[in-house]
Design a protein around this ligand. Sequence first.
Ligand SMILES: Nc1ncnc2c1ncn2[C@@H]1O[C@H](COP(=O)(O)OP(=O)(O)OP(=O)(O)O)[C@@H](O)[C@H]1O
Ligand SMILES: [Mg+2]
Length: 312
Amino acid sequence: MIEVRNLTKAYGRTVAVDALGFEVRPGSVTGFLGPNGSGKSTTMRMIMGLDRPDTGEARIGGRAYRDLAWPLREVGALLEARTFHPGRSAHHHLAALAAAGGIASRRVGEVLETVGLSAVAHRRAGKYSLGTAQRLGIAAALLGDPAVLLFDEPVNGLDPQGVRWIRNLMRSLAAEGRTVLLSSHLIAEMALTADHLVVIGRGRLLADTTVRELTRGGGSLEEAFFRLTGGSAEYRGTGADPSAGLTEADCAPPATGPACIRAGRMALTPTGSAPGPPSDDRAAHREAPAPGQRPHHGVPRRGSAEHEERHS
Ligand SMILES: Nc1ncnc2c1ncn2[C@@H]1O[C@H](COP(=O)(O)OP(=O)(O)OP(=O)(O)O)[C@@H](O)[C@H]1O
Ligand SMILES: [Mg+2]
């Protein structure tokens, strides 16, 4: 079980994570969704003790990461690809981790087999393709046979066969009773992989629900995602309006969100959400925003130079 309580983290004037709280329960895959820059990786780093929160706390099995006696045996994480020495082989890298983490050396061969890297285990890891490097990162996460696992965009760089393999791996880890937190931008894939979803935008919780609930009524998870996050996307190209095509039915409560607000499909009252006006009032309604219509996230926009630096 992962518990995130009131987590806040700012980098200078940028509030990356803003009073965020949710739980990740064992036995299911919890998808962690949000637009670029919404704070997913920062949250995962704080759970793993790699970033210190300004306020709040994250607990794994009831304890902060720093208080875990054998961290690699209690929680495994793939946060970034290529966190290995390029001159080491996969086998050497995993053997070093096992020795440092009090893990039986036989696990090295087992996890290499699990991720399909046995044949290249003695090649220099620096020469691995992105997909192969991802598999090595997953092997490292699984090494200590932990009950709690975090994967930050593990399907990045994987071919279709690899994407399907990740899906089955995530589901089988959850079926074994483990706690699995998985971030990905491949929404359709997430719909097939996750049971539960935590959706964030600009560091704040937008939804903590099930895939089934979000897609209730027959819409796709992608549509639900755009509805929820339309007002929270930090980076948006031209000509791409996620609220385009939303219908009244899409925006009926409880499935509401900033994209619907931007599209004028629903109104917010100061105390909460309410259905939009009758259809003949719609045009007028769009021109006269209801109270609370513009979502306020309290997060300063970052300068483009910083964006370029981090996302180039
Ligand atoms: N080390 C850092 N220094 C400065 N700003 C940071 C740092 N790490 C993250 N940020 C900023 O915090 C915000 C959240 O970033 P984060 O990487 O957590 O988002 P994300 O949801 O993982 O995005 P993506 O989907 O692009 O991976 C962004 O505005 C980002 O630029
Ligand atoms: Mg990220």
